[in-house]
Design a protein around this ligand. Structure first.
Ligand code: CUA
Length: 189
């Protein structure tokens, strides 16, 4: 039969879809819509959102604030890094730079702190090992995160943002003592 280009050729795909195909198509479409709606919903309500506030800070000003924090609450040293034990409920500071985390924090389980995180040079990644806690540490920004340690122990902070040749050596430490542990002795408070 002569069929010009404007006449669609006949074929099996031209027959109406089978009922089961329509059902599966409907299920797939509804599922797509659920996933689509989850994106904005989870953006607003998901547990991945950082608690607390953000503000800008000059790296030099942040470094000064960290030094003040260390001078006020230092109780010792850990591998050459100042060890500080701030009181529960206080603002605590953690400074990232190529390629160290300063200071070593000794915190109390069950107490809430406001953790100020910033970098003095490039982007670093805060990863509290072995937990799934990840945060970008960006120069120029102070992320004040409300944190409450739940478990006593020694935890490592691993940098998970490539930041140069010493990246793999950039490991810090957080020590969490039980809620009823005695306060640290002396130090140069
Ligand atoms: Cu800091 Cu990688």
């Amino acid at each position: 039969m002569y069929a010009p280009g404007t006449t669609p050729p006949q074929g099996v795909w031209w027959k109406p879809a089978h009922r089961s195909e329509k059902i599966w198509f409907t299920i797939a479409f509804v599922w797509c819509m659920i996933l689509f709606a989850m994106m904005p919903f989870w953006h607003l309500r998901g547990g991945q959102n950082p608690s607390g506030t953000r503000s800008t800070v000059e790296p030099t000003a942040f470094a000064e604030r960290v030094q003040e924090f260390i001078d006020t609450y230092q109780v010792g040293e850990d591998n050459g890094i100042p060890l500080v034990e701030p009181p529960p409920g206080s603002d605590i500071y953690l400074q990232a730079r190529m390629w160290s985390w300063t200071p070593v924090l000794r915190l109390r389980a069950g107490a809430e702190y406001t953790l100020h995180l910033s970098s003095l040079d490039v982007n670093h990644g805060f990863n509290l090992f072995p937990f799934n806690v990840n945060f970008q540490v960006v120069p120029g920004y102070d992320y004040a995160l409300r944190v409450t340690p739940t478990e006593a122990g020694e935890f490592q902070i691993v940098c998970n943002e490539f930041c140069g040749v010493g990246h793999h050596l950039m490991v810090g430490k957080v020590i969490v003592v039980p809620a009823d542990a005695p306060a640290a002795e002396g130090g140069d408070r």
